[in-house]
Design a protein around this ligand. Sequence first.
Ligand SMILES: *[C@@H]1O[C@H](CO)[C@@H](O)[C@H](O)[C@H]1NC(C)=O
Ligand SMILES: *[C@@H]1O[C@H](CO)[C@@H](O)[C@H](O)[C@H]1NC(C)=O
Length: 437
Amino acid sequence: MPTITTLIFFLLGLSSIFSVCFSTNILSLGKKNSDRLLSSAVFPLKGNVYPLGYYSVSINIGKRDEAFEFDIDSGSDLTWVQCDAPCTGCTKPREQLYKPDNNALNCFEPLCTSLHPIADHQCESADDQCQYEIEYADHGSSLGVLVNDNVPLKLTNGSLAAPRITFGCGYDHKYSVPHSPPPTAGVLGLGNGEVSIISQLSNMGVVRNVVGHCLSEEGGFLFFGDELVPSSGVTWTRLSYESIGSYYSSGPAEVYFNGKATGIKDLTLVFDSGSSYTYFNSQAYNAILALVRNDLSRKPLEDAPEDKSLPICWSGTHPFKSLHDVKKYFNPLALRFTKTKNTEMQLPPETYLIITKYGNVCFGILNASEVGLGDLNIIGDISLKDKLVIYDNERQRIGWFPTNCDKFRKEGQSLCRPEGIFSILSENYQGYIPKVF
Ligand SMILES: *[C@@H]1O[C@H](CO)[C@@H](O)[C@H](O)[C@H]1NC(C)=O
Ligand SMILES: *[C@@H]1O[C@H](CO)[C@@H](O)[C@H](O)[C@H]1NC(C)=O
């Protein structure tokens, strides 16, 4: 559900330095792991919060092994890709069209019925194809038919899996920003509902029902399975009971500003990688903005209403080049999860500010009430950056572990080998011992 992808479309020609990954010697472990251990799959990500506003992964589908670019979305379940069919609101990459091959799901199949509330499920004959329509919290939508196809996955244990995955072949799309077709060929639904790719992979015994991402200014990585989860040092909070089976939410949480309680409490927070920015309900938003503004009153920053990149922007005496130039003017926020002891998510200025192309600094926390989200609070990409974020559906919990997600880009080949990933993570955390290897 709540996916508020603020779509700003420039496609930066970020070439993946991972293209050679796995193409040569696939790791073989040499020692026998116990049969219970399931493997994982790791993918490099492209994207950023600003100016792109999304993170995407390239995933191959089908016999012809065609690559499609997907927006990663922990706020929704259904994965869909642009269908090679007459379309409205067609996605932008015109060469990335999925050709269905008589592989539509029948409308009586369980994954089809799981998507439809019983009352409106029109399934007249056993030959009917499974139609789907999903609407996102920002009122965008996708309509199409569900299909089944092989998705080849290179696992960290060296095996190649080709599970048959159910996803949508979409031909009718609407967006919150008019006339802005998405720059990706589809959406990868990472939620915890039945149709989510991670639920499907875990039901087939390919990986455990755990998914995670590490987002950075330059991309980062995504993983399925639990092998990359550090055995200690992760801060965990329980998934809210009502969120299980739909999206990832946790709480209640209280907001701290510069180490002090703000009185903003009882927030339920949705973790949504499909949202570029963070949203608070209007009461919390008003209070946080007032605190930030109050701090700025003695600093050389002025309102910059002419910069429309985001609703609230400030300019300095000179244009800013990076967040490094401004973070001294801002204090850290933190979210304290009040039901579990010592469970806090730090939100330093880098996780709630952006520097625009005009050299101003803008407030990356937005007013949920203003965009029709009501009382929802959404932790978006901007605040999920620079952390390994783990959605653990085996144990109904969410965890985070501060780390430098960029190092993977610089040491590209490390992604090919799990022990490379472990060595990078372990640099940030002394007590970390790789769980599996
Ligand atoms: C790798 O893991 C998968 C399950 O995740 C398993 O089916 C496969 O047999 C494993 N391969 C090796 C070489 O251990
Ligand atoms: C946030 O949105 C609500 C509803 O539109 C509005 O009443 C409130 O003034 C907004 N807050 C700010 C600081 O603009």
